[in-house]
Design a binder for this molecule. Structure first.
Ligand code: AMP
Length: 150
């Protein structure tokens, strides 16, 4: 995740991201799958063998900006791609990672899902620092999030 191209690269007129350039054929990729809405290819700095990126052809920086159609198209192929990666690599565990925002480790500002097989120590390392969910907070939070749902 060291390839910050510094651009949103969505369809607002912002400069093209690396993934936008791949979509336009200006940069090569190790293509695994393509359909009308989705492209999947190997990550060039893999955390483990079989690390794959799945991107929508819709040029949005963040997951919450995607249209329902683009999101559905990704959801349709993710399990199929995960199955193929698992069969090919022999991995029995994997993570699907999707970062939004520089603070959340996003380096390329075009929506992408990582499929990252776990091979022993190789794969995604996660620092997870949970806290207890307080009952009152949960009720208020659920109410507010529900109100925000479109
Ligand atoms: P993220 O930190 O979630 O934005 O991850 C961006 C990912 O894109 C990193 O894992 C990079 O290794 C990967 N990446 C950057 N440039 C390319 C490229 N040209 N082809 C394939 N993967 C790339």
């Amino acid at each position: 995740m060291s390839t910050d191209d510094g651009a949103r690269g969505d369809d607002t007129g912002a400069p093209k991201t690396i993934f936008g350039k791949i979509l336009d054929g200006e940069l090569p990729c190790h293509r695994i799958y393509e359909d009308e809405h989705v492209l999947a290819f190997l990550d060039i700095f893999p955390l483990s063998p079989g690390h794959v990126l799945v991107i929508p052809k819709e040029r949005k920086a963040f997951l919450h900006e995607l249209s329902d159609d683009a999101a559905a198209a990704i959801g349709r192929v993710l399990p199929r791609l995960a199955r193929a990666v698992m069969r090919t690599t022999g991995a029995t565990a994997y993570n699907v990672l999707q970062n939004n925002g520089a603070a959340a480790h996003q380096a390329v500002f075009h929506v992408h899902f990582h499929i990252i097989p776990k091979h022993g120590d190789r794969g995604l390392g996660i620092a997870w620092h949970p806290s207890a969910l307080a009952g009152g907070d949960a009720v208020a939070l659920v109410e507010r999030i529900r109100e925000e749902l479109e």
